[in-house]
Ligand binder design. Structure first.
Ligand code: G6P
Length: 368
């Protein structure tokens, strides 16, 4: 089949802007927009009965799984063991057939993820595949397929597959919570409403932040190192931000849990390493702001990605503050993905790299 870039300069840009529409379509598979409920999960995996989850994936898919872990643990009270597939498959971790295993993969062909799947299958676990390509090997070998319905993703750096993976994992975690009695009908309704409103918010954000992010990216492209910080679900997002930036702009970037700043990266803080702080005004906000203070006190430059409440609550000087609309915490990771993707994208454009085909990287890694 043929996919073209439409009016966009790169597939990556097109895929970023497609997200509101695509995610709405993906969500339609998992939630009932009229009833504000999660659709009944009639797959081979009964989240109400399993004793725990194991998740393995690579790259961006691993980072969506890490956010999924926070959700399954918090909303469904299900313990989640997660690792990058290249470690998972060799760790000999104690697993039991009472657990289910989820393998997240855009392509459904990543060698290490597939090997981890086969490892769990041999141990008798029920296997779920969170995949974009339904005809893939990982989908074929799974007991249950949870399609992310993102459509073909051409840019090597994953964008829409990431947010669709998140949307699917959020719906699965809420559904698991319902099945386990840890999410009541009112909470389900409230969370599903937020998910249903998300595509519209995404469109607005994409439209509003573009000029600001482009200006900021021009500045960012002058630096050699960037640190991303976040807490809670913003921690995997910080790692995803760093991954995206390094993949396509070739600027060295690291994502760190904000609370770990003191245990290492603080030694690197100076005016030459911008610190991108991802901090919605959630229950971690004050803690993250105190980490930001530590950065500011050492002459670090801060790029503050927050929401309107967060922007109003912090008086610290920043290099830039991106204030997104205030949104519920269940959708914050998807909304906050947008500035992170655009920042990496525009920085790479300023650097003049091959955005859709970055050097040394492959869209799908089918060798170990
Ligand atoms: C490669 C791609 C990444 C992707 C990872 C996992 O590294 O460049 O964008 O996240 O593989 O791929 P998968 O198809 O399993 O999601």
């Amino acid at each position: 089949f043929m996919v073209d870039k439409g009016n966009h300069r790169h597939f990556m840009e097109k895929e970023i802007y497609e997200q509101p529409e695509i995610i709405s379509h993906a969500l339609g598979n998992y939630i009932d927009f009229a009833a504000h409920t999660v659709k009944k999960n009639d797959t081979a995996i009964d989240f109400g009965k399993v004793s725990g989850l194991a998740i393995a994936a690579c790259g961006t898919a691993y980072l969506s799984g890490l956010i999924g872990k926070y959700w399954f643990e918090r909303y469904a009270r299900l313990p989640v063991e997660i690792d990058v597939a290249s470690e998972f498959r060799y760790r000999e971790l104690p697993l039991s057939p009472s657990q289910a295993a989820l393998f997240i993969s855009q392509s459904g062909e990543t060698a290490d993820t597939l090997a981890s799947l086969r490892y769990c299958k041999d141990l008798g676990l029920k296997i779920g595949a969170v995949v974009n390509v339904r005809e893939s090997t990982i989908a074929r070998e799974a007991d249950a397929i949870f399609p992310i319905l993102a459509g073909p993703e051409i840019g090597v750096a994953s964008t829409k597959a990431f947010t669709c993976q998140l949307a699917v994992l959020a719906a699965l975690a809420i559904g698991a919570g319902r099945a386990r009695g840890t999410v009541n009908a009112d909470d389900e309704k409230a969370m599903v409403k937020h998910l249903a409103e998300m595509p519209r918010i995404m469109s607005r954000v994409l439209n509003d932040i573009q000029p600001e992010i482009e200006g900021l990216s021009r500045e960012l492209s002058r630096f050699k190192d960037v640190l991303y910080l976040g807490r809670g679900t913003s921690f995997p997002l910080a790692m995803e931000g760093a991954l995206k930036l390094k993949e396509i702009s070739y600027i060295h970037a690291e994502g760190y849990a904000a609370g770990e700043l003191k245990h290492g990266p603080i030694a690197l803080i100076d005016e030459n390493m911008p610190v991108i702080v991802i901090a919605p005004h959630d229950r971690f906000f004050e803690k993250t702001v105190s980490n930001m203070q530590e950065v500011a006190a050492r002459g670090g430059r801060i790029i503050f990605i927050t929401d309107e409440k967060g922007a109003a609550a912090s008086k610290l000087p920043t290099m830039a503050t991106i204030a997104l609309p205030n949104v519920d915490e269940i959708i914050a990771p998807m909304i906050f993905s947008l500035p992170i993707q655009l920042l990496a994208y525009h920085t790479a454009v300023f650097m003049g790299t091959d955005v859709d085909q970055p050097r040394n990287l492959a869209k799908s890694v089918t060798v170990e």
